[in-house]
Design a protein around this ligand. Structure first.
Ligand SMILES: NC(=O)c1ccc[n+]([C@@H]2O[C@H](COP(=O)([O-])OP(=O)(O)OC[C@H]3O[C@@H](n4cnc5c(N)ncnc54)[C@H](OP(=O)(O)O)[C@@H]3O)[C@@H](O)[C@H]2O)c1
Length: 274
């Protein structure tokens, strides 16, 4: 049975991944959540009705929690893992509209804090998850010929997109995602000979909000749309749904081969981020 681990399954795209993947009863799906009790109730309901879906707790930045979680994963998969989806991230923050040199005087010290927080979860957290699960992934690749590590990235982590669309906001998040791309490339190079595919994928612009937007978030969104339309003048500014994004990404994954290892592509299977 193909086995999957999806991090950040508590809500947003992570929840949608486990929902769509566990629809097929032949998949064994483990959703890693930071906190079971604050996860979407829909996820916990799904776990009750789908025997092939298991929720396991771990903060991706915590080695001890990850070690415990890997022990749980092994019980469900028999010690192997076909596909890891690194989805968890620090993705929406109150100061994401600030430019790197635009933190007001009374918030200047928060720039370093934001840079470190994004790096800790979005880069170190992903590396810790990969390292913890690599023995299981390598066991699959040895036994069945290949395995996959799929890591969610963002057009904001792409230098060309940043220049083309003149994106100056979201520095700490964007920088962490750019660093993550290189981390994934390092693994891709090292594990190509073992037939383990490492792919970075952007989900498109997806509405994963769990609460209605405030006037401030609507204003920030309008600014983001205007910025993105500098590079993509024909883009209509409407985010796609998690259902659309995840089904598009799963479709892209179907055609993956080892020749794709190390690539960074979008939900459209190319370099079109929106
Ligand atoms: N939505 C978009 O338009 C978009 C665009 C480009 C890229 N992406 C990428 O796609 C992925 C998913 O995005 P999303 O919009 O679904 O994000 P989201 O709604 O903000 O959800 C983030 C998920 O990550 C989990 N998480 C954060 N820190 C964690 C930690 N330390 N340990 C364990 N779990 C942690 C959260 O858990 P809690 O519930 O416990 O906080 C939550 O499940 C991210 O990698 C994001 O960067 C999204």
């Amino acid at each position: 049975m193909p086995s999957w681990v999806v991090t950040g399954a508590s809500r947003g795209l992570g929840y949608e991944f486990v929902k769509q993947i566990s629809q097929d009863p032949s998949n064994v799906v483990i959703g890693l959540v930071r906190n079971r009790t604050t996860s979407l109730s829909a996820l916990l309901e799904l776990e009750k009705t789908r025997k092939n879906l298991h929720i396991v707790e771990a903060d991706v930045t915590n080695d001890i929690a990850l070690e415990k979680a890997v022990g749980e994963v092994k019980k469900f998969t028999g010690g192997t893992l076909d596909t890891l989806v690194n989805n968890a991230a620090l993705s929406s923050q109150e100061r994401s509209g600030y430019e790197l040199d635009g933190y007001p005087n009374d918030e200047k010290e928060l720039l370093e804090q934001d840079l470190l927080a994004n790096f800790k979860t979005n880069v170190i957290g992903v590396i810790k998850v990969i390292n913890s699960l690599l023995p299981l992934i390598r066991a699959t690749a040895t036994a069945s010929g290949s395995a996959r590590v799929i890591t969610l990235n963002s057009g904001l982590g792409d230098v060309d997109m940043t220049i083309k669309s003149e994106v100056t906001f979201g520095g700490p998040y964007s920088i962490s995602k750019a660093a993550l791309l290189l981390a994934i490339a390092k693994y891709a190079v090292k594990y190509k000979k073992e037939n383990i595919i490492f792919l970075s994928i952007s989900p498109g612009l997806v509405d994963t909000a769990t609460e209605p937007p405030t006037p401030e978030t609507l204003e920030a969104y309008a600014h983001m749309v205007k910025t993105f339309q500098i590079g993509y003048p024909n883009w209509n500014g409407v985010p796609i749904t998690p259902e659309e994004s995840v089904s598009a990404m799963l479709n892209v994954l179907k055609g993956l081969t080892i020749n794709d290892t190390g690539a960074f592509i979008s939900h459209k299977g190319n370099k079109e981020w929106l």
